[in-house]
Every structure is written in structure tokens, then in C-alpha cells.
Design a protein around this ligand. Structure first.
Ligand code: SF4
Length: 522
């Protein structure tokens, strides 16, 4: 009998380690032999710790889930014979039949929670390294073309076509090229990178290795935020295992390609998620944004041509190579091809990871998946795309999740993070917080961001405090809009350039929170 208890950081925070220990102790006490596996999370956090049971008979029908399991439930679960599907109040039936999971299109996250993250044989048994193996029978040009044809765009937020980056680095003539994975995942409400690294680390290694073969790079780095100690630990162990098994190192799977991979621990700076600041940080310098050009694909890490992609971008590649570009391209909508792992957080009843093809609407995510607000109150504002994302009002909740559709209304999908607020939220406070966040995290290189963000906090405070009918009110609103315009167009990178998104959307869609009768965008 196999029992699965997640070792994902979120599950551990909710008591998974203690539950795993209690299960082992109970089994020993009762003389029952079990095989306890610490898997990744299925991403249904309100059910964590989610315990799954698989008997020999269940391998064809599926695992039975129980959750959320607390230490004090363990003895009763054994009494109810949960190891053989016995009835218990915490029983959720077949894991795969839970509607939250069933309604998803899991491409990247297909193995998440299914396999033992560090077991190479488990990974291989679930189509692991199938993409890499196919690559070894293709030319680098064909691999790049396959990624181009899939339409994959960067999942870190910028949505730049991944294949174009690869093509540029492949064409560059240089003695050394690099592959860098941006795993700094600093956006509020996001965790898909962390879950990938903790729950399916070989998928990231495979994607980066394919990128190396396609572009001629021989060295790679995974830049992981220091707030992710478990992801760092799992990735390091996975790199060691993959190297030992010949999937990394001097002769990848017996081929003439070589690729070496290392983890670099970040130091906790939001701006180091900006690709050039990240390169500075990997080089051992202070994380300050570089002016472009030169762009990293031409002169990146240590001045060499460098592919930089986010965790989910790399993690999408093995499936594309395994099943072909057409399979991936047929998922999604228009130029937004494939799937996006969406992270539902904040004031929401059923928060978690939802992988869907582009085209799902925010309303479906909030209500069909999320079940409405956790407080039971009406949802007022939804920030999509991290701390620099727009507050999306209800009038746009039926738009398809699609890069173009969101850009058309001044919003962004970013890294797929969604933070929900109910009607008690004060959007003027959230706008002030956006400016304060920018002031704290600014690298200080350019004036609109470094000084503008501090002035922004002050102007918002004056705007909110001004009497409703005083002349100061419209004057401060105008000043705030002018300042946002300067930050948007005068900042060197997205931190200063996108901080106006939450501020202006709060002002436009929720003017009453600033004490304004109506927004005055002119
Ligand atoms: Fe640095 Fe801000 Fe300028 Fe970006 S916008 S380069 S974070 S000062």
C-alpha cells in the first residue's frame, strides 16, 4: 500500500510533515506495512495536507484522497480502514475525480502530486525525458523550429516568444553560451515556479537541457529566490541525480552534447527578477538593472549570448518536444497558445493552482474554481499579474485570459498570479502600497522610479486626505496621473514602468475610495 503525503512547502506549512510522521507511527503500531511517499502538491491548498492512498487494485482506478488531514485525524483514519478505501468524513473519493482537478488542462502540471519528485524512475515512467530523447534525434535548428511553431511565449510576464530568443542565441557565434532560468518568482500571489521545482524538478532540468542542445550552450544556472529553501534543496538534489544518471554533464544521454547546471541562490530583491539585474546578481554584483541594448541574447551573462526564461517556460518545453508543436498550439487562443498555470490567492474560498488553456475567464476562475470570496462578501477587485498588475474590475471578468485581450484593456496576465479582494478593501490604500513597494524595491538607477515612487506615496496621501470639495483634490489627482505617466514612459525597467498599473486602475475604477465622485482620466 502506498500513501502519498505532499512535501510541498505549502503543505508542510499546513502540517504535512507531522501528518506523515503520525501515519508512519500508526502503521508501525498496528503492524501494517506501508510505503510512504512524499509527493508534490496537487495545488488544492484548502485540502492540504492531502493524503492519498493507492493499493495494488487502485493502480488502474486511481488513488483515494483524504483531506485536509490533521495529526489528530490519523488514528481515526486507520480505524476506518482508509488504507482500503474505508468511509471517513475526510474522504474525497478518487483524487482525479475532484472537480477542481478534473476541470483543468494539466500539461505542465500533469505529473504534479503524482510522482515522487526525486525519483528518476518515476519521472521516466511518466513520459519524463521523452522530449529530450526526441531532441537527440533532431538537429538544433529543428528543435528551435519546433519551439517557434508551438507559439510558446515567456511565462515570466513579458510573454516574448521563447523560440525567437533561442533562435538568436543559436545563431550567435561565441565560444561560450549560457542558459539561465529565472526562478526569482517575486510576484505577490504566485507559486507555480516553486511548486514545479519542489514537485517535478526533472521537468525543469529537461527543459533547460533541451534549450542548451538547441542553442549550443554548455552551462546553465537556476536563479532561485532565497525565500524558497526547499526548492533550492530539491533542485540541487535533482541536479546531482540527473548528473549521476547521465542526463546532465559531459555527454547527455550518451550523446556528444554537454550541459552543466548549477543553482544560484538569490538574496531577496524583487528587482533581481528583472533579467539584467538577475545577471548582475549571478555575476556576483549588486542587482542593478542594465541599460539595453545590448540585449542578453547577444551579450548576457559574463558578456556571452544567454537564453533567459522563466521556470514555467522551460517546463513547458519537454511536452512540446514530446508531443509536437501542433499539440501545444492547438491549446489556447489566438497568439496565446498552450496553457497557463494560474495561481488563485487572496480572499478566495478555494485558492490553488489551476492549469488551463488560455481563454478561461476570470469569472470562471473566481467562482467555478475559487467558489467566491473566503469571507463570503462580494468580490470587489482582483489584481492580476503580481504587484505591478492592474486591478481588474467586474466589467472585464468575462474577458478571455489571453495576452492580447488583457493588453487591450490596459491589464496584464503577468506570471498568472491572481489576488482577490472583497468589498472591504480600500483601493486607495492598495494604490499607496504599490508606490511604497516600488520605493522599497527600486534599484535606484533611474529618477522616475527612485524618486517618483516616494513622491507617489505622498501625493496619494494628500489626495485621500484632501476635503472632497476642496481644489486640492482634483489638483492632486492630476499630479498623480502626471507622475504615473512619467514613471510609465521614463523608467528604465518594468518596476518603475508598471507600478502605475495598480495605481491608475484603482483611481479609474474605484474613484470613491479616493474620495472622488468620479475618475478624471483627462
Ligand atoms: Fe531601477 Fe526602478 Fe529604474 Fe528599474 S525603473 S532600473 S528598478 S530605478
Amino acid at each position: 500500500i502506498r500513501i502519498y503525503v505532499p512535501a510541498d512547502s505549502a503543505a508542510i506549512a499546513l502540517g504535512a510533515d507531522e501528518v506523515a510522521e503520525a501515519i508512519l507511527a500508526q502503521a508501525q503500531q498496528r503492524g501494517i506495512e506501508i510505503d510512504l511517499i512524499r509527493n508534490g502538491s496537487r495545488g488544492m491548498f484548502w485540502l492540504e495536507p492531502l493524503v492519498e492512498v493507492e493499493t495494488a487494485a487502485d493502480t488502474t482506478t486511481g488513488r483515494i484522497a483524504y483531506g485536509p488531514v490533521q495529526v489528530e485525524d490519523v488514528s481515526a483514519l486507520f480505524d476506518a480502514d482508509f488504507l482500503h478505501g474505508g468511509a471517513h468524513a475526510l474522504s474525497l473519493g478518487l483524487t482525479e475525480a475532484i472537480p477542481y482537478l478534473q476541470k483543468q488542462e494539466r500539461v505542465c502540471f500533469a505529473r504534479m502530486g503524482v510522482i515522487d519528485p526525486l525519483s528518476l524512475s518515476d519521472y521516466e515512467a511518466h513520459q519524463g525525458f521523452a522530449g529530450l530523447r526526441r531532441c537527440l534525434s533532431m538537429s538544433p535548428t529543428e528543435i528551435v523550429q519546433e519551439v517557434l511553431d508551438s507559439g510558446l511565449r515567456g511565462r515570466g510576464g513579458a510573454a516574448f516568444p521563447t523560440g525567437i530568443k533561442w533562435k538568436t542565441v543559436a545563431a550567435a557565434q561565441a565560444p561560450q553560451k549560457y542558459i539561465v532560468c529565472n526562478a526569482d518568482e517575486g510576484d505577490s500571489g504566485t507559486y507555480s515556479d516553486r511548486m514545479t521545482m519542489e514537485g517535478d524538478p526533472y521537468m525543469l532540468i529537461e527543459g533547460m537541457t533541451i534549450a542548451a542542445i538547441a542553442t549550443g550552450a554548455t552551462q546553465g544556472y537556476i536563479y532561485i529566490r532565497s525565500e524558497y529553501p526547499r526548492a533550492i534543496e530539491v533542485m540541487q538534489a535533482a541536479i546531482a541525480n540527473a548528473t549521476k544518471a547521465g542526463y546532465l554533464g559531459d555527454s547527455i544521454a550518451g550523446s556528444s552534447y554537454s550541459f552543466h547546471l548549477q543553482v544560484r541562490k538569490a538574496a531577496g530583491s524583487y528587482v533581481c527578477g528583472e533579467e539584467t539585474a538577475m545577471l548582475e546578481s549571478i555575476e556576483g554584483k549588486r542587482g542593478v538593472v542594465r541599460a539595453k541594448p545590448p540585449i542578453p541574447v547577444m551579450q548576457g551573462l559574463f558578456g556571452a549570448p544567454t537564453v533567459i526564461n522563466n521556470v514555467i517556460s522551460f517546463a513547458s518545453v519537454p511536452r512540446i518536444l514530446e508531443r509536437g508543436a501542433a499539440y501545444y498550439k492547438n491549446l489556447g487562443l489566438g497568439r496565446s497558445t498552450g496553457t497557463l498555470p494560474i495561481q488563485l490567492t487572496g480572499n478566495i474560498r478555494y485558492g490553488g493552482l489551476i492549469e488551463k488553456a488560455f481563454g478561461v475567464t476570470l469569472r470562471e476562475l473566481l467562482f467555478d474554481f475559487g467558489g467566491g470570496s473566503a469571507s463570503g462578501r462580494p468580490i470587489k477587485a482582483v489584481q492580476v499579474g503580481g504587484p505591478l498588475g492592474t486591478y481588474v474590475p467586474e466589467q472585464y471578468w468575462d474577458l478571455p485570459f489571453d495576452y492580447e485581450a488583457y493588453t487591450a484593456v490596459g491589464a496584464t496576465l503577468g506570471h498568472g498570479g491572481i489576488v482577490v479582494h472583497d468589498d472591504t478593501a480600500d483601493l486607495s490604500k492598495l494604490a499607496r502600497y504599490a508606490m511604497e513597494f516600488c520605493a522599497i524595491e527600486s534599484c535606484g538607477k533611474c529618477t522616475p522610479c527612485r524618486i517618483g515612487s516616494t513622491r507617489g506615496v505622498e501625493v496619494i496621501e494628500r489626495l485621500v486626505q484632501a476635503d472632497t470639495d476642496s481644489a486640492l483634490k482634483p489638483a492632486q489627482e492630476k499630479l498623480l496621473r502626471d507622475l504615473c505617466h512619467t514613471m510609465q514612459y521614463g523608467s528604465l525597467c518594468a518596476l518603475g514602468g508598471m507600478t502605475p498599473n495598480p495605481v491608475i486602475s484603482a483611481l479609474n475604477y474605484y474613484p470613491q475610495d479616493f474620495g472622488l465622485a468620479a475618475a478624471n482620466p483627462a
